[in-house]
Design a protein around this ligand. Structure first.
Ligand code: ADP
Length: 711
């Protein structure tokens, strides 16, 4: 095995092991968790030299098809198997708990207990069901010592328990909602797919057409058809909301297991263990749920399949939709994608007959699609500090007069994207990066949105020392909200962005108030664009509909189209017809034209054609090679050496090196190459030959990004 990709160990007398078993082994001075890959030993390593396995966990082994998939995915993404396995073992901290744990639960309060605020928090968090000291402390926001102290004082009862109760089995036999004829036909097609036991389908349905209802039928069918089948419903993290979980609970009679970055470590451990032992049959999760230790995965739903959030942008650079489809194809189970604005990759796969397309062309019930108009901003003569065009202001007046709600969409956090000195022209940038600092007025700080660096807004220009000359340029959501509040002083205006909903529960609270009609104007970034239904929302104004169209990114037009349709889809979800106004300086752009005409497929076809002409995905293949280093000369040296060593291969081209976007970030410089190949070319083999031939310069990091985004 290549170094770092696996090690040989001796098996102690009496320990029975098979591939997939999870074990503890010594690694240098540490003990680590590992997975038995094969029982074949390397004949070149004498047994006497081997260290022995310490312990085998008393849990089922990882399934052989999962190990095979890890093998394949590691080769595809050109990463070590160990790195992928680490994702699979993410719930591993629970492994030591398989035997039962000491738990703490409520007890009658003795009279002589001294009560502090921290102790009160623990008593409030404790219930009838026992919790470990760690979990209870986590819930109460205190240290474990506080919990133990209370138990010693007799205010909590100690008891032994299994900290990870099984999940209730989903009741797939419950009747779902009555489906429309369109929905029934779609559900029928998906049931066929389940019966065939393999293949990929796309539910291509406009926003509000009831795609969820249709794929839940497929979920029910998969659970029914095989009593041990497991099903994963995958959503972009941000769309995994409580209303969505409630909908699943409605359909299957039990709360579904869910998996995303916000769930507690106790919940993670529980889901992980129960997926591994096969008893957890339905998981709703974000992209990383794909790497749970599945025993018998039989169906994956990928909702909002076009969403760029499926592409992981750090660590292992995988695309969860692509991996779901690959997993289904290799393990022979069906995969269902759903979207109102499918990605070009998926559209092409449908057109070529590789995917089955299930269409839902109309909204469910009386709701109709909103009317979308483009407001030509050229010649509107903008007043300074004003971002809403007169026609938009008129439409907002009418909407508020009818006691209906308005969404002002701008995908820019903060107050102003650029801070400029009006005297010397200096633009505020982060000290060790090439990124602009964004003013946030509520916190009165300048923030770098790439690295999270922030500093108080200075009184003086750091360049020319002039006082009071730093001026905000352009709008962010805070600034648009300020304008809305000035124009409509009686309206209840709120901001929805990752800054205002960063505490757990705050997003929920804001959405609840919006649904209850307690907000008149919601100024929102993309964070609010997905999955929410606000019945009284009838007007959406995209403040800057051109954002995202420029920038040289291959997918800029496609993404702008997707986001604006998503946002537009928030309008008029109930009986009242919705209206959408797109403020644009490029009203003739195909994206604007497609949105206002509703001719989505014309846009997709034009976009496909242009990608085909330049041999770009989905017609060709791409990979990025990113070089980074703290020392610029070393970086350039490595880049030059690589540039001189590009091998020749038919159908493969290498572009670069060129500075990566944000060339300097947190003091690290970055250059990149782009490798383009035809559909049939083996980019991985090419790249591994190329990079293998040039030893990297000391302290230069090379990262391969297969199927990159943001290029
Ligand atoms: P999509 O995911 O296609 O945007 P949803 O599945 O969220 O659409 O459905 C849109 C709305 O219509 C939701 O409020 C949903 O509850 C409702 N809906 C869809 N199908 C049905 C049905 N068959 N019966 C009752 N309500 C439905």
């Amino acid at each position: 095995m290549p170094a770092g990709d696996g090690y040989d160990y001796a098996v102690p007398e009496g320990m029975e092991l098979s591939p997939g078993d999870i074990v503890t082994v010594p690694l240098g001075p540490r003990q680590v968790t590992g997975v038995v890959w094969t029982d074949a030993s390397d004949p070149n390593v004498p047994d006497a030299k081997l260290k022995a396995i310490i312990e085998r966990y008393d849990v089922p082994p990882l399934a052989p098809q999962l190990l095979a998939f890890v093998d394949w995915a590691a080769r595809y993404y050109m990463v070590r198997r160990g790195a992928l396995l680490r994702m699979v073992l993410r719930g591993e901290q629970g492994l030591s708990d398989v035997r039962g744990k000491t738990g703490f639960r409520k007890a009658p309060l003795p009279d002589d207990v001294r009560l502090t605020a921290k102790r009160m928090a623990v008593l409030e968090a404790a219930g009838e069901a026992p919790l470990t000291a760690k979990d209870l402390a986590e819930r109460a926001g205190v240290t474990e010592a506080v919990v133990r102290g209370l138990a010693n004082a007799g205010a909590l009862e100690r008891t032994v328990f299994d900290p990870d109760p099984p999940f209730d089995a989903p009741q797939y036999g419950l009747p779902g909602r009555a489906l429309s004829p369109e929905q029934s036909a779609g559900a029928g097609e998906l049931r066929e797919l389940i019966a065939e036991g393999a293949g990929t389908a796309l539910i291509d349905g406009v926003t509000g057409s009831g795609k969820t209802e249709v794929y839940l039928e497929a979920v029910a069918e998969a659970l029914r058809a095989d009593p041990t089948a497991q099903v994963l419903v995958m959503l972009p993290e941000i769309a995994l909301t409580l209303p969505f979980l409630a909908r699943l609970e409605d359909r299957f009679g039990v709360p579904p297991a869910h998996w995303h970055s916000d769930v507690s470590s106790a919940q993670r451990r529980r889901v992980w263990k129960r997926v591994l032992d096969g008893s957890c049959r339905l998981v709703v999760g974000a992209r990383s749920a794909l790497f749970l230790p599945w025993q018998n995965l039989k169906l994956i739903i990928v909702d909002e399949e076009h969403d760029p959030a499926y592409k992981q942008q750090d660590g292992i650079l995988y695309h969860a939709r692509d991996m779901a489809v690959a997993m289904g194809a290799r393990q022979r189970f069906p995969v269902v994608l759903a979207s109102a604005t499918p990605s070009l990759e998926t559209v092409l796969n449908c057109e070529d007959g590789r995917y089955r397309r299930v269409e839902l062309p109309s909204r469910f019930g009386p709701a109709v699609l909103p009317e979308i108009r483009v407001l030509d901003m050229r010649g509107e003569g903008s007043e300074s500090g004003r971002w809403l065009a007169p026609k938009a202001v008129g439409a907002i007046n009418e909407t508020l007069a009818k006691k209906q709600q308005v969404l002002l969409y701008l995908n820019r956090r903060g107050y102003a994207p650029v801070t400029l000195c009006r005297r010397c022209g200096e633009r505020m940038t982060a000290p060790d990066s090439d990124t602009w600092l964004v003013e946030h007025k509520y916190t009165n700080r300048l923030v770098c949105h790439q690295t999270g660096f922030s500093m108080p807004k200075p009184d003086k220009c750091p360049h020319c020392d002039a006082e009071g000359t730093l001026a905000p340029c352009g709008p962010g959501v805070e600034r648009v909200a300020e304008e809305a509040q000035e124009r409509w002083p009686d309206a209840r205006v709120e901001i929805f962005s990752s800054d205002t909903v960063d505490r757990p529960g705050s997003a929920k609270d804001l959405l609840k108030r919006m649904t209850a009609g307690e907000i008149d104007i919601l100024v929102a970034t993309q964070a609010a664009a997905k999955g929410h239904n606000f019945p009284a929302l009838t007007l959406v104004v995209a403040v800057d509909a051109d954002l995202g169209l420029s920038g040289g990114d291959l997918r800029a037009a496609e993404r702008t189209y997707q986001v604006l349709s998503q946002v537009s889809g928030r309008a008029g979800r109930a009986a009242d017809k919705g209206r959408v106004l797109l403020q644009s300086y490029q009203p003739q752009h195909p994206v604007a034209a497609a949105l206002s005409s509703g001719l989505r497929d014309d846009f997709l076809n034009a976009e496909l054609l242009s990608r085909e002409e330049i041999g770009m995905p989905p017609f060709g293949r791409l990979a990025g090679i990113i070089l980074s280093a703290q020392e610029e000369p070393k970086l350039m040296e490595d880049a030059r050496a690589l540039a001189q060593a590009v091998p020749h291969a038919d159908g493969i081209e290498v572009w670069g090196p060129a500075p990566a976007p944000f060339y300097r970030l947190r003091g690290v410089y970055r250059q990149r190459f782009l490798v383009r190949g035809t559909k049939r070319s083996n980019l991985q083999a090419f790249i591994s030959d190329w990079l293998g031939a040039v030893k990297p310069k000391n302290a230069v990091r090379r990262v391969v990004d297969i199927d990159p985004y943001n290029f």
